[in-house]
Design a protein around this ligand. Structure first.
Ligand SMILES: [Zn+2]
Length: 412
């Protein structure tokens, strides 16, 4: 099977006018499989392009989802802080007037079922779809219905045959990870009842540069659409974007609601308001994204010089991550074991190393910080500020350096 292929047409509008912004980084399919100083794990480039026709910013090097997700180390439940975020997200989704109080709901990209369980009730049956076979490990009582596949025609037909049509489809942290969005929307339309809702989120493009989202440079995040592009795309695919809830997610995500296009399906004012805001900043935003990408190598140089100085000052450095997304940051900035002596991450799959990784750079539990006593630790994810093990380290005089998201070294 060909693992990696290059997309030549815009993912949303089909135009050939893709302008490459260049290779942003080269690293293994799952950043969590690395760091790989001996270079034994196959690596692929992350390459972004802007569509000149619709201005969609997109990743054009595609790793087959079967390869990317079947062996992914990501487990929602292994991440501290994720439960609180998903609780809030479930409250917002189930509180939407259009969200069904009873009936059937599909969650696409259900991972280990953490959100799926929150959406399910006695009256509301949930069906999880995910290409990574992790949900079957849940306790039997907590196990919702499950389909181990990507959500395209075959999965949609299978669900409709077994369960009939559904009242809602939810995709949180998933929409921007889908390469064939046309096939995905066709599957959505095929199983969604008349009047049903599709609730999903997308990365908020305005955050990319403002919050220096180095972790978005990955093999997984393929699309950074604007609301304007999405509105057109849904229209062309017989769906309608009806609501945008910018205040509902985090500053880095926009929560959206769409429906099948039927008589009387009108967009709320929130959609037009979001599009107007985007239009006002569009020219500037495209320019600043291009500049941000161009500055990445310089940012890497500065980060490495900054860490070399910190290591000299503190003796040894520890690096702390939180799931494989944080490890993208190491790859993007070109940080090697020569700069960071010991790594910590509470995800057991990352501690064990990915398939065939042969990690030369061991990863330890955060609870072992006291044992290893690095002179200072570098944070690769802002959510880690809340971790008790990190606070205990800090209380005993440990020095914590925040490398991300808005580091002192990044400058302009
Ligand atoms: Zn396009």
């Amino acid at each position: 099977m060909k693992f990696c292929s290059r997309r030549k047409l815009c993912r949303l509008c089909g135009s050939r006018k893709l302008t490459g912004l260049g290779t942003l980084a080269v690293f293994p399919a799952h950043a969590g499989e690395g760091p790989d100083p001996e270079g034994t794990i196959p690596s692929w480039p992350v390459e972004w392009s802007l569509c000149e026709a619709c201005h969609h910013l997109q990743n054009t090097q595609i790793i087959q989802p079967e390869h990317l997700y079947r062996t992914s180390p990501y487990r929602s439940r292994a991440i501290p802080g994720r439960a609180a975020y998903l609780n809030r997200t479930a409250e917002i989704i189930t509180g939407l007037p259009a969200f069904p109080k009873a009936g059937k709901v599909i969650e696409v990209g259900a991972n280990d079922g953490q959100l799926l369980e929150l959406l399910g009730t006695r009256e509301r049956q949930v069906i999880g779809v995910d290409p990574s076979p992790v949900l079957p490990q849940l306790p039997e009582a907590a196990k919702p219905l499950w389909l181990d596949d990507v959500f395209e025609a075959k999965a949609a037909a299978s669900i409709r045959r077994q369960h009939g049509m559904v009242d809602a489809i939810v995709a949180i942290g998933t929409f921007s990870r889908i390469d064939n969005l046309h096939a995905f929307l066709a599957a959505t339309r095929y199983v969604l009842k008349e009047g049903g809702v599709f609730v999903f989120d997308i990365p908020n493009l305005a955050s990319l540069v403002a919050h220096n989202r180095l972790d978005w440079v990955s093999h997984e995040i393929l699309s950074f659409p604007t609301i304007g592009i999405l509105q057109q795309f849904f229209d062309q695919n017989l769906m309608r974007l009806v609501q945008v809830l910018p205040e509902a997610g985090t500053p880095d995500n926009l929560l959206c609601v769409a429906r099948r296009k039927e008589a009387g399906t009108e967009a709320e004012t929130s959609v037009q308001a979001a599009i107007q805001q985007e239009q006002q900043r569009q020219g500037k935003e495209l320019q600043s994204i291009t500049e941000w990408v161009t500055r990445l190598p310089t940012q890497g140089e500065r980060a490495r010089a900054f860490l070399a100085a910190a290591r000299e000052k503190h003796g040894t450095l520890g690096g702390i991550g939180l799931d494989h997304g944080s490890w993208n940051v190491l790859h993007v900035l070109g940080i090697t074991p020569a700069l960071v002596d010991v790594l910590f991450d509470d995800n057991p799959a990352i501690q064990a190393g990915g398939p065939g990784s042969g990690l030369a750079w061991p990863v330890h539990r955060l609870g072992d910080l006291a044992k290893h006593k690095p002179g200072a630790v570098v944070l690769l994810n802002q959510d880690l500020k809340l971790d008790p093990a990190l606070n205990a380290y800090r209380e005993k005089g440990g020095k914590v350096i925040a490398l991300f998201p808005e580091p002192a070294y990044a400058g302009k």
